[in-house]
Ligand binder design. Structure first.
Ligand SMILES: [Zn+2]
Length: 100
């Protein structure tokens, strides 16, 4: 069981939610959550619109997911939900959070 600790001070300082995991490395879920936070920090109207369309990609029910795709539990996600999201993220220098 993984526990998380919300870092109020760091969150305030960085104007984003900072969560420390009390266990080993970040879990896929934690990484996914930080990935979404990073995307949310992109301040470009067009990028934001595109990302909004692709928000559910990778979950099995998103714009780029085929109807036949099984829904992917967050625990199994290792990368951006789809290529479009990856391209936007790359353009803004946002890297998918890795095992660090
Ligand atoms: Zn997509």
């Amino acid at each position: 069981m993984t526990r998380y600790e919300y870092d109020e001070e760091a969150s305030e300082r960085r104007h984003m939610d900072v969560v420390h995991e009390l266990d080993d490395g970040p879990t896929p879920v934690a990484r996914w959550v930080s990935a979404m936070r990073l995307l949310n920090s992109i301040d470009d109207p067009l990028a934001r619109k595109i990302l909004a369309i692709h928000r559910d990609c990778g979950s099995g029910g998103g714009e780029c997911d085929s109807m036949d795709d099984e829904s992917v539990p967050m625990n199994d996600r290792r990368e951006w939900g789809c290529e479009t999201t990856a391209v936007i993220a790359g353009h803004f220098g946002v890297e998918y959070p890795g095992d660090k």
